[in-house]
Write a protein that binds this ligand. Structure first.
Ligand SMILES: Cc1cc2nc3c(=O)[nH]c(=O)nc-3n(C[C@H](O)[C@H](O)[C@H](O)COP(=O)(O)O)c2cc1C
Length: 186
């Protein structure tokens, strides 16, 4: 039997119940239902990451775990809130840890599909943050999927892991399917 693809879900905010993390969890669940092994690296662990390269002693255990998860990943679902029109510092700090893979045989996110999810409280920040994330993924040699999910979360459509907006659910499922399509052919 073919090996299951491993899809890493990375993102969130300082709040484990944020729309950003709930949206990520829904997309990751969709990838799981489509046959992937999955792991979510969210709020709790994001906050255990010191500023990248701030400790001369090297990475802490959470940082090492993140780098190993990235190395294992056949695809990534990446979710950020739009803060002041761009990727939040918390999420960008986690992305900075991917620099640890610069000397690997597979450098950064080379060749793997990356599904992007952005939440904000207005469409302007949704668009600019999605564009910023795409640029970051290109810099890391990843392949952003055709669909990037932009969510205007102002109305509060996420509660207890459920999204009440059918259109948003559809997009979260679709971005997961697009990640799976490429992850399965690697
Ligand atoms: C520091 C900060 C900056 C923010 N900047 C923007 C912004 O520029 N545009 C916008 O639409 N929303 C902005 N927001 C709202 C967040 O995008 C929103 O809280 C998030 O995307 C969705 O909610 P969540 O925290 O439940 O994930 C900001 C929030 C914070 C805390």
């Amino acid at each position: 039997m073919a090996k299951k693809p491993f899809i890493l879900g990375l993102g969130g905010t300082t709040n484990p119940e944020s729309s950003t993390e709930q949206a990520l969890a829904i997309a990751l669940q969709s990838a799981n239902e489509a046959g992937a092994d999955t792991e979510l690296f969210g709020s709790h662990r994001l906050m255990l990451l010191p500023h990248y390269r701030s400790d001369p002693a090297g990475l802490n255990d959470t940082g090492k775990d993140l780098v190993e998860l990235v190395r294992r990943a056949d695809g990534v679902l990446l979710s950020s809130p739009g803060y002041h029109g761009t990727v939040s510092g918390l999420v960008k700090n986690a992305i900075d840890y991917i620099e640890e893979t610069s000397g690997d045989e597979r450098v950064y996110l080379d060749g793997i599909p990356i599904g992007l999810i952005v939440t904000a409280h207005g469409w302007q920040a949704v668009g600019s943050t999605l564009a910023a994330l795409r640029s970051i993924v290109h810099s890391l040699r990843g392949w952003p999927t055709p669909l990037g999910v932009g969510i205007n979360a102002l109305g509060g459509m996420f509660c207890d892991g459920v999204c009440s907006d059918d259109g948003v659910n559809e997009q979260l499922n679709l971005v997961a399917q697009q990640v799976m399509l490429r992850a399965e052919t690697r």
